[in-house]
Ligand binder design. Structure first.
Ligand SMILES: [Zn+2]
Ligand SMILES: [Zn+2]
Length: 305
């Protein structure tokens, strides 16, 4: 299971209602952060998420409402005596920025930092359990959207079906699970699909913030379980939104619909809106499975099988 927690859902500047951009993704005991706006540390505490569990921080772009929380958080990890490596993924210049902070003494970091600067669309990180790809968004400065994708997991091994096919329990079970076709002593051929259930699809989510409607969003969001998309402006403020390199909440819904996403979570809401329930109703007319996130909302993504 993957748990998404929205630590900051506002744009521009923090308000008592909405902190600025940060979303956490918790899977298998590890945290991945998308953006790190000011106040991220306090919000982590409020959400009862452990900074030590952070493995990767993905920064979309260098606007302050997406990165101003990074120096403080990096410093705290040192105070907490971190020794594990931390992956920092973001636009070109991220390493120079963090190294400068260290050189000036703003933050001290003795734990290993692994910088991955994104220079072109494609895969930026891969481990056994998931991969992260980046694609270009359309904003006022260079901005990257991200997609986390888990590989499909093999189907479940059906012990009874294997026994019924004449396979003796033992190492032959493992060979079938690894996809081998067996020929038994009596000449019977047993194929993996006789004893394995259907492959179980992994989960996927895309994080697209800040952007106006663009192809990069569509590529990242194609068929995702969850699309997190900015909706800085009200559904009917398209002109203003696009002039400023942003989207309306209706743009976000259209992107989710076009990409065949299962759910949409809207974030990066302008602080000028004190209520959003009317917007949510309007946007659901376009894409029903939409939520306009609030700070500290928790969304669970469960496997279908
Ligand atoms: Zn922003
Ligand atoms: Zn921005």
């Amino acid at each position: 299971m993957i748990t998404i927690t929205t630590l900051g859902t506002g744009s521009g500047k923090p308000t008592p209602e909405r902190n600025v951009s940060c979303t956490t993704v918790f899977r298998e005991g590890e945290l991945i952060l998308f953006d790190c706006g000011e106040g991220t540390q306090v919000q982590l505490t409020r959400a009862r998420l452990r900074p030590g569990a952070i493995k990767i921080i993905c920064i979309t772009h260098f606007h302050g409402d997406h990165i101003n929380g990074l120096p403080g958080l990096l410093g705290t990890l040192q105070l907490n005596q971190r020794t594990e490596p931390l992956y920092l993924i973001g636009p070109e210049g991220l390493e120079r920025y963090v190294r400068t902070l260290a050189r000036l003494g703003v933050v001290g970091m003795r734990y290993p930092l692994k910088f991955i600067e994104v220079t072109r669309p494609g895969e930026v990180y891969r481990c056994q359990d998931f991969s992260i790809t980046a694609d270009r968004l359309k904003h006022r400065i260079t901005c990257w959207g991200y997609r986390l994708t888990e590989p499909d997991r093999p189907g479940r091994f059906d012990v009874e079906a294997a026994k019924a096919a004449g396979v003796p329990p033992g190492p032959l079970f493992g060979r079938l699970q690894r996809g081998e076709t067996l020929t038994l002593d009596d000449g019977t051929v047993v194929t993996p699909d006789q004893v394995m259930g259907k492959a179980r699809p992994g989960l996927s989510l895309a994080y697209c913030c800040d952007t106006q409607p663009c192809e990069g969003v569509q590529r990242l969001a194609q068929g995702v379980d969850v699309l997190m998309h900015e909706g800085t402006y009200a559904p009917d403020e398209g002109r203003m939104a696009h002039q400023r390199g942003h989207s309306t909440m209706a743009d976000a819904a259209r992107a989710a619909l076009k990409a065949g996403a299962s759910r949409l979570i809207i974030t990066h809401v302008s602080p000028k809106y004190t209520r959003t329930d009317g917007f949510e109703r309007a946007v659901r007319e376009i894409f029903p499975h939409t939520r306009i996130a609030r700070d500290l909302d928790v969304f669970e993504m469960a496997y279908k099988h």
